[in-house]
Design a binder for this molecule. Sequence first.
Ligand code: ZN
Length: 305
Amino acid sequence: MKLPEKITLCEVGLRDGLQNESKILTVEEKVEILNMLVDAGFKVIEVGSFAHPKAVPQMATTDEVFKRIDMKDDVEYRALVFNLKGVERAVKCGCRKVKLNVSASKAHNLANVNMTPEESVAKFKDCVDLAKANGLEVSGSISMPFGSPWEYKIPVDDVKSIVNAYLTLGVKEISLSDASGMAVPNQVYDMCTELKRTFPEVKWILHFHDTRGLGIANILAGMQAGITWFDSSFGGLGGCPFVPGATGNVVTEDIVHMCDEMGIETGIDLDKSISIARTVERLLGKKLPGYILRAGKNSDLLKNK
Ligand code: ZN
């Protein structure tokens, strides 16, 4: 098997996970989780989003959380933004990296904002300009490039056209986000291979939801295509508001466990990663779906012999 020696996991549970929970964690609880993540070795953390507090009350304290972070130079703390107001908030609270998002579904985008995805990205110019003028890095996300409830499959040329729109703005880090959980491994391999070949200057990040049990298989397919950056969520926390029955991202500890067993370096301490998921279970008062949380590690079996 053609596999990378090393991958980087971007922990998105504080944003993609917590935004779907009815229980809202306090600033202190979020900071506690953040500190544990840094201690476990995570180098990329999505801290929250700058959504309107009425629309997403779970993220209303993102500004406060950023002010409380003891930022390490070798850790990237990013946040999702939706508009200029979000970038203004990011600048004010000391956030150094923002991520924009557009839907790859033309029908979804036209119904929502009456623009094509490319027009939506072009509209982000004011956000990118303000972020860059203040020294913030900008990342771009494309959601549902592997399939949407509106079109089923999205043609790769449509995805390329959105990538070009981001590149026009100077955004070279692009995340492909399977929010609808419709991606399948051979499609991931083919699309990633094609996109990498067409846009060698882009840093790609893959973001899979495990809605139909294919999340970790899709990550493996991405690795085979040479992608080494993946989003994941502690315990598999999360969902997606407009996709019925959606689950969270691929489970962080499950990926770390797989990589440890396969000899792929993640830089993350598996035991610490498991205890983070347990802490989140305690704070939310609910069980999380992670496999390793339930079954334990392979190596636990040996100790019991
Ligand atoms: Zn997501």
